[in-house]
Design a protein around this ligand. Structure first.
Ligand SMILES: NC(=O)c1ccc[n+]([C@@H]2O[C@H](COP(=O)([O-])OP(=O)(O)OC[C@H]3O[C@@H](n4cnc5c(N)ncnc54)[C@H](OP(=O)(O)O)[C@@H]3O)[C@@H](O)[C@H]2O)c1
Length: 291
C-alpha cells in the first residue's frame, strides 16, 4: 500500500504531508469516504466542527482501527488491517461562533464527543475573525488543551501576517500550522516565506482550487507531458513546495488518483512554469471578510 511522505511539525509531531479534506462531505458519506481513503493509504484527515461531519469521520476512523470488528475499507481500496489510533492523524477546527476561552473549551469537548476520540492530533482556529477580537483568548484555550495532552499540536487557519504577529506577541506555543488557501492561481509566496521564518508549516486548503485550476491549459499541458492527471500534477506541485496538502474527493477513483503521486517528480523548469500561473485568484473567502 502507498504511504505519504511524513514531515515534522515544530514540536516534533509527525504529519502525513498528503491528507484528505472533508469540507462539503455530507455527514452520511463521511464514514465511507474515510474508510475508503484509509484503504488507499491515507492516514491524515481534515475536518472541522463547521463541516457537520465529525461523527462520520470518527466512525470511518473507527472502522480502520483494530477491534471494532469491521476491518473493511468500504470501497475499492484494500481492506484495512492492524491500524491503531496512533497511525492516524486527525485535524479539526473551532468555529467562529465558538471563539473565546470558555467557548473554545466547550466546543472542543463537543468535537471530541462527535469524533469519538480521546485526543485530536491538530486543533486549529478556523478563521481569525479579527473583528470579534477573540482569537488570542481562543488560542489561550488551545494552549490549555495542548498542555493537558488533549491535542498533540495547535495552530491556526486563514491567518494573515498581522494576525500572526498579534497572536504570537502573547502566545506561549508557536502555532504548528497555518492552513490557508493555496493553489497555482493563489500561491501565497509572502505568507509561505513568513511561515518558514516563524517555524510554522504551511498547509494548503482548496489545493485544487476547488477543481477550477485543473482546467488551466498549462496544467493540462503538463498533464499530457507527464502522463499524469491534472489533479496529480497539482498535488505533486504542492508536495514539492513543501506544503501539507489536503485535497477532497467524493469518489473512490479520485481518492485513489489523488494519492498516486509519490512516484514521479516535476522538473525545476516545470515548477517555475507553474509559479508563473499566479493570478491572485481566490476560490474561497478573503480572511478579512469573515467575521
Ligand atoms: N480552513 C479553511 O478555511 C478551509 C477552507 C476550505 C477547505 N478547507 C479544507 O481543504 C480541503 C480541500 O479543499 P476543497 O474541498 O475546498 O477543494 P479542493 O480539494 O481544492 O477541490 C475539491 C474539488 O475538486 C474535485 N476533485 C478532487 N479530485 C479530483 C480529481 N482527481 N479530478 C477532478 N476533480 C477532482 C472534487 O470533486 P468531487 O468532490 O466531486 O470528487 C471537488 O469538487 C477541504 O475539504 C477542507 O478539509 C479548509
Amino acid at each position: 500500500m502507498k504511504s505519504s511522505p511524513r514531515i515534522s511539525l515544530n514540536n516534533g509531531v509527525h504529519i502525513d504531508q498528503l491528507g484528505f479534506g472533508l469540507y462539503k462531505v455530507p455527514a452520511r458519506d463521511a464514514s465511507d469516504l474515510v474508510a475508503n481513503a484509509l484503504g488507499e493509504g491515507y492516514r491524515h484527515f481534515d475536518t472541522a466542527a463547521m463541516y457537520g461531519n465529525e461523527a462520520g469521520v470518527g466512525r470511518g476512523i473507527g472502522r480502520g482501527i483494530d477491534g471494532d470488528g469491521t476491518g473493511s475499507s468500504g470501497g475499492s481500496g484494500e481492506a484495512i488491517h492492524g491500524l491503531s489510533r496512533e497511525d492516524i492523524f486527525v485535524t479539526t477546527k473551532v468555529w467562529n461562533d465558538d471563539q473565546g476561552y470558555d467557548n473554545t473549551l466547550r466546543a472542543f469537548d463537543t468535537s471530541m464527543a462527535n469524533l469519538g476520540l480521546d485526543y485530536v492530533d491538530l486543533y486549529l482556529i478556523h478563521w481569525p475573525c479579527a473583528g470579534r477580537g477573540l482569537f488570542r483568548d481562543t488560542y489561550r484555550a488551545m494552549e490549555t488543551l495542548y498542555r493537558e495532552g488533549k491535542v498533540r499540536a495547535i495552530g491556526v487557519s486563514n491567518f494573515q501576517p498581522a494576525h500572526l504577529e498579534e497572536l504570537m506577541s502573547g502566545a506561549e506555543v508557536v502555532p504548528a500550522v497555518n492552513q490557508i488557501e493555496i493553489h497555482p492561481w493563489l500561491q501565497q509566496a509572502g505568507l509561505r516565506t513568513l511561515h518558514d521564518q516563524l517555524g510554522i508549516r504551511t498547509e494548503a486548503w482548496s489545493p485544487l482550487g476547488r477543481g477550477q485550476v485543473l482546467e488551466d491549459p498549462a496544467i493540462k499541458d503538463l498533464s499530457a507531458a507527464y502522463g499524469r492527471t491534472p489533479a496529480q500534477i497539482v498535488i505533486r506541485w504542492h508536495l514539492q513546495q513543501g506544503n501539507i496538502v489536503i485535497p477532497k474527493a467524493s469518489t473512490p477513483g479520485r481518492i485513489r488518483e489523488n494519492f498516486n503521486v509519490f512516484d514521479f517528480e516535476i522538473s525545476a523548469a516545470d515548477m517555475e512554469g507553474i509559479a508563473a500561473l499566479e493570478r491572485h485568484h481566490r476560490t474561497g473567502s478573503h480572511p478579512d471578510n469573515v467575521n
